[in-house]
Write a protein that binds this ligand. Structure first.
Ligand code: HEM
Length: 536
């Protein structure tokens, strides 16, 4: 097989996992027994009842009946592709992550783009956030950067995620509406939870209707940490920048496209890769020394905030190219399992309470979505390095383990021996943690309006008009007038002109003028290693 010679370790591994060609011989049952033919069931006489002993019929129908698995609870609709990532230069100054050291080393990746709200069969060009999740198959294990095309998120603490998603998804009594963000529950939640406002501004902007997955930015959203070989941490935010630039549809166009081709974005990704026009992104990072953690007028742990690029510029560190469509949507794009907790040495977490919740949630949901604890055996999820541990059994165990399975162990089989490994092992950043156990958010998370206003004031006139039109369209569908009024009152804290323009279009009174944040961010900070030329 030619594929086995690929220099890409993931492609070699996949080639070994490919099922035999179904046309390469006679049809068999799952037990390997050759089937006479598959057009008629076994019956008692030509016109008689079907017999229970027809094992081929029963197996075929049973397998069909069990073809569907639960769709993702969010991000159900997606499209994915394989490719590679290569750094421009060594990032050893900030991180020991092996895949960020050598420009000559290409790391295989799989990327899945998605919409968030709609079910698997919904349309592509709805107003929504887009998922941008990347699995790097590195020489130190899998690293997942599970991001979105917005740099901020709707809530600050993951404990609100079930509430937020229940409000966003179809209404429970009639499952209406699907695929659009306009309904009473979402806007009720927004009007009562002002931390949503910054991301809601992005959602009402043209960023929420990308023209192509190839023309979308991606963001890790949270502040993560790089950790260097000496164990020193640096805060980092990740940015993907598309080589083709950022382009959106306009609303009327998006609606028209939705009617004509609900698979518009998926088809575009597939077709361009088939045509050899491989999409490309540059990976950039914003770096903040640990010592500067508290020098901002917002909290770095708050996922509803960006770090303005005037304050901390984005440094380009590498590029990613997607050059291969999957062979099988279900096996690969549907069964891929991303998790923010999948990190490699040199990349670590912060105490962002949204990130901490995500680190728990993804593995937990995949246990049910992918039928038990062995989903890392599925080819698309398998690391390209050996996996050795004492984890055993469970549904769909594919491996035949030998020997005993505990540690420490003198009888053979269990791994490892007593003692710790130094070389190549993941070591968590030795962060000092000190606090009183308390169910309370830090006051440094309190400002919900400054960055929403910053976003609004950064828009050109026509972009502002699109945002006003979007608010009018979406809020205009809300049946509960108090919800419309409360949302407009919230918008008045962002900008009175915006709130008044929206109010006029949806039949509610213009809100009272509120104290609104200054349109500019606080003066640029001057972090020594963030100025001038990149040192990477
Ligand atoms: C799925 C991004 C917040 C729970 C996803 C996916 C993306 C994503 C891109 C789709 C992955 C794929 O293509 O398979 C984000 C971002 C967030 C965020 C950027 C905020 C910064 C959260 C939070 C939770 C959560 C707070 C829960 C506490 C989930 C779950 C799935 C999911 C359960 C489905 C995963 C699966 O079935 O494999 N998210 N998410 N997300 N997310 Fe998030």
């Amino acid at each position: 097989m030619a594929e086995n010679k690929s220099p890409d370790p993931k492609q070699r591994q996949r080639a070994e996992a490919l099922a035999p060609d179904p046309c390469g011989g006679p049809l068999t049952t799952d037990q390997g027994v050759i089937v006479e033919h598959t057009d008629d069931s076994l019956r008692a006489g030509e016109r008689g009842p079907t017999l229970l002993e027809d094992f081929h019929f029963r197996e075929k129908i049973t397998r069909f009946d069990h073809e569907r698995i639960p769709e993702r609870v969010v991000h159900a609709r997606g499209a994915g592709a394989y490719g590679y990532f290569e750094p421009y230069a060594s990032c050893a100054e900030f991180t020991r992550a092996a895949f960020l050291q050598d420009p000559a080393v290409r790391t295989p990746v799989f990327v899945r783009f998605s919409t968030v709200q709609g079910p698997r069969g919904s349309a592509d060009t709805v107003r929504d956030v887009r998922g941008f999740a990347t699995k790097f198959y590195t020489s130190e294990g899998n690293y997942d950067l599970v991001g979105n095309n917005f740099p901020v998120f709707f809530i600050q603490d993951g404990i609100k995620f079930p509430d937020f998603v229940h409000a966003v998804k179809m209404e429970p009594h009639n499952e209406i509406p699907t695929g659009a963000s306009a309904h009473d529950t979402l806007w009720d939640f927004v009007s009562l939870q002002p931390e949503t406002l910054h991301t809601i501004m992005w959602l009402m902007s043209d960023r929420a209707i990308p023209r192509s997955y190839r023309m979308m930015q991606g963001f890790g959203v949270h502040t993560f940490r790089f950790v260097d070989a000496a164990g020193k941490g640096t805060f980092v935010k990740f940015h993907w920048k598309p080589k083709l630039g950022v382009h959106s549809l306009v609303w009327d166009e998006a609606q028209e496209v939705m009617g004509r081709d609900p698979d518009f974005n998926r088809r575009d990704l597939w077709d361009t890769i088939e045509a050899g026009q491989y999409p490309e992104w540059e990976l950039g990072v914003q770096l903040v020394p640990e010592a500067d953690e508290h020098k901002f007028d917002f909290d770095l742990l708050d996922a509803t905030k960006i770090i303005p690029e005037e304050q901390v510029p984005v440094r380009p560190i590498g590029r990613m190219v997607l050059d291969r469509n999957p062979d099988n949507f279900f096996a690969e794009t549907e069964q891929i399992a991303f998790c923010t907790a999948n990190v490699v040495p040199g990349i670590d977490f912060t105490n962002d309470p949204l990130l901490q919740a995500r680190n728990f949630s993804y593995l937990d949901t995949q246990l049910i979505r992918l039928g038990g604890p062995n989903f890392a055996h599925i080819p698309v999820n398998r690391p390209v390095v050996d996996v050795r541990n004492n984890q055993r059994d469970g549904y769909h165990q594919e491996e035949i383990h030998r020997g005993t399975n505990y540690s420490p162990n003198s009888l053979g089989g269990g791994c490892p021996a007593l003692g710790s490994v130094d070389e190549g092992a993941y070591r968590h950043l030795a962060e000092r943690v000190d606090g009183v156990k308390i169910r309370k958010r830090s006051p440094s998370f309190d400002d919900h309006y400054t960055q929403a206003a910053l976003f609004w004031h950064s828009m050109a006139g026509w972009e502002k008009q699109h945002i006003v039109d979007a608010f009018r369209f979406e809020l205009g569908k809300v049946g509960a007038m108090p919800v419309r009024e409360r949302t407009v009152e919230q918008l008045a804290h962002v900008d009175h002109e915006l709130a008044t323009a929206v109010a006029e279009g949806i039949g509610v009174a213009a809100p009272a003028r509120q104290e609104t944040p200054s349109p500019r961010p606080s003066p640029a900070l001057s972090f020594e290693n963030n100025q001038g030329e990149s040192t990477i």
